[in-house]
Design a protein around this ligand. Structure first.
Ligand code: BDP
Length: 686
C-alpha cells in the first residue's frame, strides 16, 4: 500500500546496473498493482549515451536517472545546474540522491545506482507528497558509509543459545538445523526491508564462532555466496564472523600467532578464495579474547597485531575487518573491588590508537558495559582519534524486554548519537562514527529478526529495526518522526478509520516506552538486576556474587558503584573533560547515571528533589501504571488494525504488564528490606 503513489504514475527509469534494475522491478510491481506504467529509454545502438531518448510524445510524472548520463527529456538540466551550484559536482557519492520537482515531474538523480534505490524508498516514504505542486529540492546522502546489522545466528542449534543467540523472533532466516535454508525468499525480502531503512551490510553468523560456523570461511563458503546473491540486488553486502583460531582449526597450522608468516599466508590465501566466489564480500567480524573466544592474547600479541593480519589479507580486495572492542575479564573475583568491567575496553584499546590499519574498524559497544537500558557512552569512543570506530547498538532486545515488552529504542540511540564526548563545542558520537575527511567505521547493530511471521516476534519491535537504519543514514532524525514514518509505511491503508487513530495510539504507546522500561527495571543506571543467563525478568542479586563484573553493591546504607577517581575504580578518568569531572562529582552527575558512577546513601537527594529510595519506589509504581495504560490504549485498536497483529501485541502487552509488576514488586521490596525506609506515600511494598 505504501507504494500506491508511485505505482499509480507514469514513470521512467534511466540507467544500468543491478540496482537500477531493482528500481525498475519495484516500480513495475507497483504499477502492475496500482495502474501506473513504467518505461525505460530505448537507446539507439549508434548513439552516444547522452542522446538516448525515451519514446517520443510520452510525458512522465516520475523519473529516475543516473547523472551524468543525462538522459532526461525534461528540464532536468536546470535542476542539475542548481544542484551543482549549491553542492558542487560529485556531492552525491555512492549512495546519495537528489530529489526535485520540476514542471510537474518528480525527478530522482543519482551518481551511482545505489542512490536511485535509496531515492526510490525515500519516495515511498513521501507517498503523495512527492508529487505535490511545489517541493523544494532535497539532497540526501548517508552520514556514514557502513550501516550494518550483525546476526548472532548459529548454523547448528546451540544447546544453550539455540539457533539465534539472543534471538526473540523464532529461528534464523539464514540457517536451520545445521544447514543453510533451501528457500532464500525470506532473505531476499529481508534485504528489501533493510534497504528501505538504509542498511547496507549484514553479517550472517554469530560472533561466537562455533566449529560449524567457522567452516563458512572455507568449505561452506558457498552458503555465504548464496546469501550474497540474494542480498546484492538491494545493495547489501555480506560479511562473515570468523574465528581467530581458524588457521589452526581449519588450516591445520600449529599456531594462529598473527606474527607468524604461515598464519599471514593462510589468511591471505583463504581471503583470496573468499573474493573469488563473492567479489563484493564486505569483510570479517571478529570477537577475540572475549567470553572464551580465541584471540591474540593467547600468543602474547596485541589486538592491533591480531586485527592487522586479517586487515592485510582483506586490503587488496577492499574488504574491512570489524574488530570488536568488547574485551573484558568474565572470570573476575567479585570480592576484588579494584577490577572494573566498565574500564576494560578502554584499558585494552586506547593505548593501541594509531596502530590499526586503515581497513580495521574497531567496533565499540555504545556503553562501557553491555547494552543496558541506561549507560554512559563508552569512553573508547573519545579515546582513539587515529582509529576508525564503529558504534555498536543492540536492536535485539536482550536487556530491554526481549521483544515481549514494547521498548522503542530510537530515543535512546538518538541520545547516544547526539552526545558530545568533548563537550558541547566538540563532535558528537555520530560524527566520530561518520569519520572526518576519511571514512569512519559507521554504525552496527545486532539484528532482532527471525523467521517469525511478524519478523520480530513483537510486531512493534519492527520499528526498532527500521529506526536503526534511518538513524544510521541520518543520526539527526527525530525518533518520533522516524516512528511516524514507520507507522505510516506499516499500517498504511490497513485501518478502516484512516491512519489517524493508529498513529495517535502508537505514539502514545511507543514514544516514551524506553523510559517506561527504565522506570520499572534496575534504577538510576545501575543495570544488571536481571536473571542470569537468559537475562529476562528481575533477579535483584542474580549477578551480585558472580565473576561477570556486573554489580550494584546494595547494602543497608546505600547502593551504586563508586567509579570515581577520588575513591573508586577511576573509570571517570577515562573520559575527556568536561565529562570526567561531571561524572566524578556527585553534585553534577546526571540522576539517570548516578548509581553507575557513585555509591550513595538511600537518603541522597537527587536533582529532581526526590531521595534515591523514594525515586526507586515512585518510578517503579509509575512504570507499571504506564504499561497498564499502554495496554488499554492498544485494546481500543481492536477492529482497527489487522486482527493477527492485534492479538499478537495484546498477548505481549499482557506479559509486559505481568513482568513489570514482578519487577516493581521485587525491586521495591528488595530496597525496602535493605534500607528499612518506608514509602513516603504509604503504598504497599511487599
Ligand atoms: C552479550 C550477550 C552475549 C554476546 C555478547 C557479545 O549476552 O550473548 O555474545 O554480548 O556481544 O550481551 O559478544
Amino acid at each position: 500500500e505504501a507504494f500506491r503513489a508511485l505505482g499509480s504514475r507514469r514513470s521512467l527509469v534511466c540507467g544500468e546496473g543491478t540496482l537500477v534494475d531493482t528500481v525498475r522491478h519495484e516500480l513495475a510491481l507497483a504499477c502492475a498493482r496500482y495502474g501506473g506504467s513504467t518505461d525505460q529509454p530505448h537507446p539507439r545502438p549508434d548513439a552516444p549515451p547522452s542522446d538516448d531518448r525515451p519514446a517520443a510524445g510520452t510525458s512522465y510524472e516520475l523519473v529516475f536517472a543516473l547523472v551524468p548520463a543525462g538522459l532526461l527529456p525534461i528540464a532536468a538540466a536546470a535542476v542539475d545546474v542548481v544542484y551543482r551550484r549549491r553542492h558542487g559536482a560529485g556531492a552525491l557519492g555512492e549512495e546519495g540522491f537528489l530529489l526535485a520537482r520540476h514542471a510537474e515531474v518528480t525527478v530522482v538523480l543519482a551518481e551511482a545506482p545505489a542512490g536511485l534505490l535509496h531515492g526510490l524508498f525515500h519516495l515511498v516514504r513521501l507517498g503523495e507528497s512527492a508529487f505535490g505542486l511545489t517541493r523544494p529540492m532535497e539532497l540526501h546522502r548517508p552520514a556514514t558509509r557502513l550501516r550494518m546489522l550483525d546476526h548472532w545466528d548459529n548454523v547448528d542449534v546451540h544447546p544453550v543459545m539455540g539457533q539465534v543467540e539472543r534471538g526473540y523472533a523464532g529461528g534464523s532466516i539464514f540457517w536451520q538445523d545445521g544447514a543453510r535454508r533451501e528457500d532464500l525468499t525470506r532473505v531476499g525480502a529481508y534485504g528489501r526491508l533493510l534497504a528501505a531503512g538504509g542498511v547496507n551490510a549484514v553479517s550472517v553468523n554469530n560472533v561466537n564462532v562455533h566449529a560449524t560456523e567457522a567452516r563458512l570461511l572455507t568449505d561452506r563458503l558457498g552458503d555465504v555466496a548464496a546469501f550474497a546473491d540474494v542480498l546484492r540486488p538491494y545493495g547489501i553486502r555480506v560479511h562473515l564472523s570468523v574465528s581467530f583460531a581458524a588457521p589452526v582449526t581449519l588450516g591445520g597450522l600449529p599456531t594462529a600467532d598473527p606474527l607468524d608468516d604461515g598464519v599471514r599466508g593462510w589468511w591471505a590465501d583463504t581471503t583470496k578464495q573468499v573474493y573469488e566466489s563473492i567479489p563484493d564480500f564486505g569483510g570479517y567480524v571478529v570477537k577475540a579474547d572475549s567470553e572464551g573466544q580465541p584471540g591474540p592474547f593467547g600468543y602474547g600479541r596485541s589486538h592491533a597485531d591480531g586485527a592487522n593480519v586479517l586487515a592485510d589479507a582483506l586490503a587488496p580486495f577492499g574488504g574491512v575487518v570489524h574488530w570488536r572492542a568488547f574485551v573484558y575479564n568474565h572470570r573476575q573475583d567479585w570480592r576484588d573491588r579494584s577490577t572494573d568491567r566498565a574500564r576494560a575496553a578502554h584499558d585494552h584499546f586506547a593505548p593501541l590508537d594509531g596502530q590499526f590499519r586503515d581497513n580495521v574498524i574497531l567496533q565499540v559497544k555504545h556503553g562501557p558495559m553491555d547494552f543496558q537500558p541506561r549507560e554512559p557512552i563508552s569512553p573508547v569512543i573519545a579515546a582513539m582519534p587515529r582509529t576508525r570506530l564503529a558504534v555498536e547498538f543492540q536492536v535485539t532486545q536482550e536487556y530491554t524486554g526481549q521483544q515481549r515488552h514494547v521498548c522503542y529504542l530510537a530515543p535512546w540511540w538518538s541520545e547516544v548519537l547526539g552526545f558530545a564526548p568533548w563537550g558541547d563545542d566538540g563532535p558528537t558520537v555520530a560524527a566520530v562514527a561518520a569519520g572526518g575527511p576519511a571514512d569512519g567505521g559507521g554504525l552496527v547493530a545486532v539484528s532482532n529478526v527471525g523467521d517469525d511471521p511478524f519478523w520480530t516476534g513483537h510486531p512493534l519491535a519492527q520499528a526498532n529495526l527500521y529506526a536503526f537504519g534511518r538513524l544510521a543514514w541520518d543520526p539527526r532524525l527525530d525518533p518520533a518522526a522516524v516512528l511516524d514514518e514507520w507507522i505510516e509505511l506499516t499500517f498504511a491503508g490497513a485501518s478502516p478509520g484512516g491512519p489517524g487513530p493508529v498513529r495517535r495510539a502508537l505514539h502514545a504507546i511507543m514514544d516514551d516506552s524506553w523510559r517506561t522500561y527504565e522506570r520499572y527495571t534496575a534504577p538510576l543506571g545501575v543495570g544488571f538486576m536481571v536473571r542470569p543467563g537468559h537475562h529476562y525478568g528481575p533477579d535483584v542479586d542474580g549477578y551480585e556474587y558472580t565473576p561477570w563484573g556486573t554489580y550494584h553493591f546494595a547494602d543497608r546504607d546505600g547502593v551504586g558503584v563508586d567509579r570515581t577517581r577520588a575513591s573508586g575504580t577511576g573509570f571517570t578518568g577515562q573520559f575527556p573533560p568536561p565529562w570526567r569531572d561531571v561524572y566524578e562529582s556527585i553534585e553534577s552527575c546526571p540522576d539517570e547515571l548516578l548509581l553507575f558512577f557513585h555509591h550513595v546513601p538511600y537518603g541522597h537527594v537527587l536533582h529532581n528533589g526526590s531521595t534515591v529510595i523514594q525515586h526507586i519506589y515512585d518510578t517503579h509504581f509509575d512504570g507499571v501504571e504506564q504499561v497498564a495504560a499502554m495496554r488499554q490504549r492498544w485494546e481500543r485498536l481492536a477492529g482497527v488494525v489487522d486482527p493477527g497483529v492485534h492479538a499478537r501485541v495484546r498477548e505481549r502487552l499482557d506479559e509486559q504488564l505481568r513482568c513489570a509488576e514482578e519487577w516493581r514488586d521485587q525491586i521495591n521490596a528488595y530496597f525496602f528490606r535493605k534500607s528499612g525506609v518506608p514509602d513516603a506515600r504509604g503504598r504497599r511494598i511487599h
